[in-house]
Write a protein that binds this ligand. Structure first.
Ligand code: GLP
Length: 254
């Protein structure tokens, strides 16, 4: 895992957007896996800016969203598809048919999960999976205890996750208890992974992910197994790393 520590959130966004833009320029029909959350907002903003000002084109890019709430109305602000439209899809030249999302209102969720996995395979697999991290160590909605080989499926959300995501809802009773998410195994199959984390409130989780044992209790720790995984952190998120100085010294890649 390669660890990059940037001074602040804006620098994290620029660094991540540069990696994605380089990939798109090298490989215009690349396949991206995309997360939601507050962490990637500035990163999406930077991609939109590069599209507008630097001609970065998404015309052949294919994207797969990482997760989605179950049962939330499609127009709801907290719906992850609405989030992706608001923050990226509506502002770049992506072909809507290539912006694949999980359907949290599918009549048969099992079929929806299986066809998502099939669609990823048919697209040739994910070239770059971008990730955030939950304070409890989840990636996507793979909550602690998720099998490290899991595939796209329905997960029950933990209390911590419901509390963390509550600000997106006006009425706490509206928050779905279930979500649909790519599995840890699905994520690990991406050719490369890029995880972004911001702020001291993520610092202990980041330490567990990078320096702790690989365990289903911290699903993000499975990324230690990935051969091409980069974590881009701000100073706050990196602040509890035991080997912080080592990661910052030279061109370390482990
Ligand atoms: C959400 C999403 C994750 C995201 C995480 C962190 O619930 N399911 O994909 O990475 O929680 O969100 P934030 O970036 O807002 O801290």
């Amino acid at each position: 895992m390669r660890i990059i520590i940037e001074p602040d959130a804006a620098a994290v966004a620029v660094r991540a957007a540069t990696r994605v833009a380089d990939l798109i320029r090298r490989s215009p029909a690349c396949v991206l896996g995309l997360p939601t959350g507050t962490t990637p907002l500035a990163f999406y903003g930077e991609l939109v800016r590069r599209h507008r000002e630097e001609g970065l084109t998404f015309s052949r890019v294919v994207t797969f969203s990482l997760d989605e709430y179950i049962g939330l109305p499609r127009h709801h602000r907290a719906n992850f598809t609405a989030y992706m439209r608001r923050n990226l899809f509506d502002h770049v030249d992506i072909d809507p048919a290539n912006a694949r999302v999980l359907d949290g209102r599918a009549e048969d969720l099992l079929v929806a999960c299986e066809s998502y996995e099939a669609a990823i395979r048919e697209a040739g697999g994910i070239d770059l999976q971008i990730l955030g991290i939950g304070s409890n160590g989840h990636i996507g909605f793979n909550e602690p205890g998720s099998s490290l080989g899991s595939r796209t499926r329905v997960k029950t959300l933990t209390r911590e996750t419901l509390e963390a995501n509550a600000p997106s809802f006006e009425d706490p009773d509206e928050i779905p208890r279930l979500a649909i998410t790519m599995g840890v195994g699905t994520i690990l199959e991406a050719r490369s992974c890029l995880l972004l984390a911001l702020g001291e409130e993520k610092a202990l989780t980041i330490r567990d992910m990078i320096e702790g044992p690989i365990t289903a209790q911290v699903p993000a720790s499975a990324l230690q197994l990935h051969p091409d995984m980069i974590a881009i952190l701000d100073e706050g998120a990196a602040s509890r790393l035991l080997r912080r100085d080592y990661y910052s010294s030279g061109r370390h890649k482990s």
